[in-house]
Ligand binder design. Sequence first.
Ligand code: 5GP
Ligand code: SF4
Ligand code: MG
Length: 487
Amino acid sequence: MMEAKEACGVFGVYAPGRDVAHLTFDGLYALQHRGQESAGMAVSDGENLTVMKDMGLVTTVFDERKLSGLGGHLAIGHTRYSTAGSSSWSNAQPVYRSVGQAGFGLAHNGNLTNTAELAERAGMLPGLVASDSDLVADLLGAAHTRPDDHVGELEAALCAVLPEIEGAFSFVLLDTDRIIGVRDPNGFRPLCLGRLDPVAGTGIPEGWVLASESPALDVVGATFVRELEPGELVVIDADGVRSERPFPEARIDPRLCIFEFVYFARPDTRLYGVEVHGARRRMGELLADQAPVDADMVMGVPDSGVPAAEGYARSSGIPYGQGLVKNRYIGRTFIAPTQTERANGVRRKLNPLRENIAGKRLVVVDDSIVRGTTTRAMVRMLREAGAAQVHLRISSPPFRWPCFYGIDTPDQDELLAAVKSIDEIVAFLGVDSLEYLTLDHLVTAIGAPGAGFCSACLTGEYPVRVELQTRSGATAVLAGASTTAGG
Ligand code: 5GP
Ligand code: SF4
Ligand code: MG
């Protein structure tokens, strides 16, 4: 019933002597593109843990007054993506629970694939589990562990619970004394570590930062140290950074979401050591080689299609130009229940540059088509503005399969490329021609040799088994290979 949504953003900071609430605010603001539904943070001063969260953008939820009331030396934060149906305060994060004597906060980016099984094993009624993040927090709270002094209850609980859970999860947690970062054994969602230098002459020691994407390190003045490895857990406290491997070795299989490169991540983010913008530009270059066309101007659909358009123009020699202006105050997502409202949504977001377009044969580059509604309205807008031809070039393969790893995609029967042939899509969108970048070219363009990716939404090959809740309430399992999902 809705277009695909971006993943959540998570952030954590351990920095004695610094204003961690403001640092978390800045970090979350840099991750706002990963979710606009709700924002929150949990701050600890070593004794008290305070959680503040609400619906809305980071700038809506927090202001100077609220931030100055959040004193401490460690914090975590979360921005949540929007969903039309389940948008409510209770879904805002961080989630707060306690394990033993210790309170903790949890922020989650991703989606678990064995929630019903986990709930059943824990003796919970699946219908009563509010969200997979709540479930993990409940399991951690209920874990029977005997931590030694060094490890602490939260880490002991994590080491007991993490091996049980399946799917996509980048977690950032905190208790009163430490922050902890976890990446699932496939590393579906990104998570990186950064360092804050000691401040000379002030006694402020070094600090540490965890973030979904590296620009959130840049904005708080941290230097990028490294990405967490799939299956890695890091504990950050007064003793520095310590790394653990709580998952069985056999489960480690790097599968970063390839859509982070195509669409989700910021262009200035580095993943697998590659700057995303360059990868997108190369996608456009390979698209030009793969699918050339005679045209007068190459344009990108703002913002996500622009880097690939730059690459297409560079490689084809066709001049690059702007054909659409985007209202920069409109967020990434626009959800509206009806077709008319959605078309209005496009008009609200994009407006054509008529003089630049009129009479021209256009190559229009975008990163992806999900249900096709936005694209169709955008093409109509270009035609009305006088475009002579519209050749659509998409810098990823057809999106045919739902994602179960943290991206909220529509059911398969609403994915344009799942229900229509290429010819039918051309007719539906009203374009003169349409080409999608091949998966081989996409991987080549990213340029991280040997790196592992999930591309299940493009291939139907799901790297981690998926437990599907059927409409009757029964549980079916969709295993690795190409299987018809949906339902
Ligand atoms: P459609 O034509 O399928 O309605 O929309 C295609 C547009 O949606 C593309 O410009 C693409 O950048 C964007 N898009 C792709 N994936 C996502 C997503 O997960 N969330 C949002 N908000 N937009 C997406
Ligand atoms: Fe990313 Fe697609 Fe895999 Fe989901 S199915 S994790 S969107 S590559
Ligand atoms: Mg777009």
